[in-house]
Design a protein around this ligand. Sequence first.
Ligand code: NI
Length: 134
Amino acid sequence: MKIDHIGYAVRNIDKAKKSFETLGYVFEETIEDRDRNIYIAFGEMDGYRIELVAPISEESPVDTHLSKIGPTPYHICYKSDNIEADIESLTANRYKVLIPLVPAIAFGNKRVVFMYSLAVGLIEIVEEYEMKSV
Ligand code: NI
């Protein structure tokens, strides 16, 4: 699998975008994911992609990170060309499915899974998808 992006939990998507732009990132338009209760914005610099994730309201998947440590990188996402096989092999190697495979609006409804390992922490895996150019 190849690394797709690093996910950052942020409190305010617009303020965070501005501050990351100062570092040199260029962002796509912000996506509103009502199913997950989050705003998402992908940014890129020198081929490195980050995903800003901010809560729309309380009880979003990033609230725990924000309330415990503030804005922070909280997952690395890997791109898979055979997601079922990768989930199976990771499951056989002490990873557990935390959020089951479901389509995600941020990836053109390609499926995404979050897995957890006691040794590694949280990872995300996304099916191969068409990347927008910024
Ligand atoms: Ni992500």
